[in-house]
Design a protein around this ligand. Structure first.
Ligand SMILES: Cc1cc2nc3c(=O)[nH]c(=O)nc-3n(C[C@H](O)[C@H](O)[C@H](O)COP(=O)(O)OP(=O)(O)OC[C@H]3O[C@@H](n4cnc5c(N)ncnc54)[C@H](O)[C@@H]3O)c2cc1C
Length: 569
């Protein structure tokens, strides 16, 4: 597939528009209560038998009859060697038969466990993934082997260079090690964990604790436990980490398939060069480059002006004699800062330039996940129609989950945030204890505050911009990350920073299949470069297939990604 380098690939889609309506199942069709376990087993076995017979017949008509018309096949780097969601019975059947032939697969589908629930009839979702590599299985005992002493080496040769020692990078390095692959992790910070240590004190995770578990490492719920657990456990897995590192230049040799990265190390230490077969970029997706809207006359303002990335706690504000605070933003961080200010008896006003979703909620196609989460939130909202009334009347622009255009997964994939998971704080607004100015934007600075788009003025001693981060497109961030542009002396076998970043897929947002773009999978035009990030849940679920593919690539047996979409006929 050839796509010009200056074309955004893959094209961006809107999850709400690419999702197809769910089929309606007549009430009473499914009654698990009426089935005993032997019937369940019989139904499941018979459905799998029909499926196997259709597969072995190599007949698209027979196989498509095993699926509902509205079938989704989500493949996580198993048959497609890519992340794909393929839709509709005939297309799924054709793609399945094609990939089975392409991969030379033999054998049958079997029931792995006793099913707890089964219904005769067509399948609606097929999810395929690789549990483990039979030839090269994961070995967690490798994690306890000592790391390398890199201190004296000026040239470090390794299989994989991971850039970024955050949760994604460390998780990837641990997973890589458990597959017997060597890696070195680089981070610009002085200490592992500084990315969290430097965030504001009250930061907590706004997702269920089960979403925060990290393979090989631990459970995180707050910034403090994140620091205590993950990072103090990292030495136990003996991951090779070089801290205080700045990348000077990056070059990929297309013929040798070799990355050469020149690194400066702060603190008077000798520079190093790494040579690796793969690079994994794990520098954060939308967590590194603060988004600070540029406005007129910022030097006029005499108060304290900071982005949430530079906010620590209210002590910082009190030392500057701050009594009134303007918090710009409506998502999780804004609520954390709001609560801090409330507990410190500071008077505050929240400016809500964005719409705000009311709540949030991954081996499922996101087209279905989006609809199910929408249906769940719509249902919850219908049970408590009054829950956010006072909050809304106080000026907070609440989105109603019953509205079909409100889809929290869409927001997450589109904006990488911008929502608030209600873990408390909304009552302060509903009770009028915190002022809000909804659906307005600050226009410029004055000496004492912010004129707003509704012609009002907000006076404040401090302004905390909880306006998120901009680094969501790897195409852009890679340019900064990979160091200076390198003089390549016209050699066509070498790619430098500009050529590499131009070849990367665009990232974040979804493609026409509802798959997140450019992350956790291969890029169309840049080999041996991987990107990992997203929420902890994404990192946890998708670092493993990514590492399995790296293992296969290192062994020279990773097949090309199946990017084809069979036609309906
Ligand atoms: C305020 C806030 C709250 C969040 N809350 C949640 C939540 O509740 N649940 C959830 O799942 N996710 C949450 N996230 C998303 C969160 O960013 C991820 O879950 C997780 O921290 C991302 O891990 P990461 O390793 O991909 O990126 P990061 O944690 O950002 O780590 C990236 C690492 O790369 C390093 N790095 C960056 N650039 C370079 C460079 N040029 N050279 C060398 N090293 C570099 C950084 O120093 C850092 O150590 C939150 C993010 C923020 C900012």
């Amino acid at each position: 597939m050839s796509t010009p380098l200056n074309t955004e690939y893959p094209p961006k889609a809107d999850l709400r528009n690419v999702s197809r309506p769910l089929p309606k199942v007549p009430p009473g069709t499914v009654n698990p209560a009426s089935m005993d376990s032997s019937v369940i087993m019989m139904c499941a076995k018979s459905a799998v038998d029909v499926f196997n017979t259709a597969l072995s017949s190599n007949d698209v008509d027979k196989l498509s009859a095993c699926f509902y018309e509205q079938t989704y096949w989500r493949d996580i780097a198993a048959l497609t060697s890519h992340l794909r969601t393929i839709y509709s019975s005939r297309v799924v059947a054709s793609a399945l038969l094609q990939t089975i032939i392409l991969r030379g697969l033999e054998g049958k589908f079997e029931l792995a466990n006793d099913p707890s629930f089964a219904v005769m009839g067509p399948f609606m979702v097929l999810s395929t993934w690789v549990e483990d590599l039979i030839q090269y299985p994961e070995n967690k005992q490798l994690l306890s082997l000592p790391g390398k002493d890199l201190s004296g080496d000026e040239v470090v040769t390794t299989d994989v260079l991971v850039i970024g020692a955050g949760a994604s990078g460390l998780m990837t390095a641990a997973q890589v090690k458990s597959y017997g692959i060597e890696s070195v992790v680089l981070d610009r910070n002085t200490n592992i964990g500084d990315n969290w240590a430097k965030r504001y004190d009250s930061l907590k995770f706004h997702v269920p604790t089960s979403n925060c578990e990290i393979p090989y490492i631990i459970l995180i719920v707050s910034r403090r436990t994140m620091l205590q657990n993950i990072y103090s456990n990292t030495p136990k897995t003996s991951i090779n980490v070089i801290t205080s590192a700045t990348i000077h230049t990056t070059v990929f040799n297309v013929t040798e398939k070799l990355w050469t990265v020149n690194i400066g190390i702060a603190g008077g230490k000798k520079a190093k060069t790494t040579r690796s077969k793969h690079i994994v970029q794990a520098t954060g997706l939308g967590s590194g480059k603060p988004h600070l809207p540029s406005m007129k006359d910022e030097d006029l303002y005499k108060g304290l002006r900071l982005h949430s990335a530079d906010y620590g706690n209210t002590q910082q504000l009190k030392e500057r004699r701050v009594k009134t605070v303007a918090i710009v933003g409506s998502a999780n961080t804004a609520f954390d800062v709001m609560r801090d200010c409330w507990e410190a008896d500071l008077s505050m006003t929240m400016i809500l330039p964005l719409e705000a979703a009311d709540r949030l909620l991954n081996t499922f196609p996101s087209m279905l996940d989006g609809q199910f989460s929408h249906a769940l939130f719509a249902h919850l909202a219908s049970l408590e129609p009054e829950r956010y009334r006072a909050f809304s009347e106080a000026g907070f622009p609440v989105l109603d989950s019953r509205d079909p255009s409100v889809n929290v997964l869409h927001r997450l994939f589109e904006h990488g945030g911008g929502h608030y998971i209600d873990v408390g704080g909304t009552e302060l607004i509903a009770e009028g204890k915190v002022n809000v100015r909804g659906m307005v934007v600050p226009i410029e600075y004055t000496e004492t505050g912010l004129p707003l788009s509704d012609n009002n003025f907000l006076e404040a001693d401090a302004i905390v911009w909880c306006t998120g981060f901009t680094d969501k497109n790897v195409k852009e961030t890679a340019k900064d990350l990979l160091g200076e542009a390198e003089e390549l002396s016209g050699r066509e076998d070498l790619l430098g920073r500009e050529e590499i970043s131009a070849r990367l897929d665009a990232s974040w947002g979804v493609d026409i299949e509802g798959e997140v773009r450019g992350v956790w999978k291969r890029h169309l035009q840049m080999e041996n470069f991987w990107v990992i990030g997203g929420t902890l849940e994404h990192q946890r679920g998708l670092s493993r297939p990514m590492v399995q593919q790296i293992k296969l690539a290192l062994k020279g047996i990773l097949p090309p990604a199946y990017r084809h979409m069979p036609s309906e006929v």
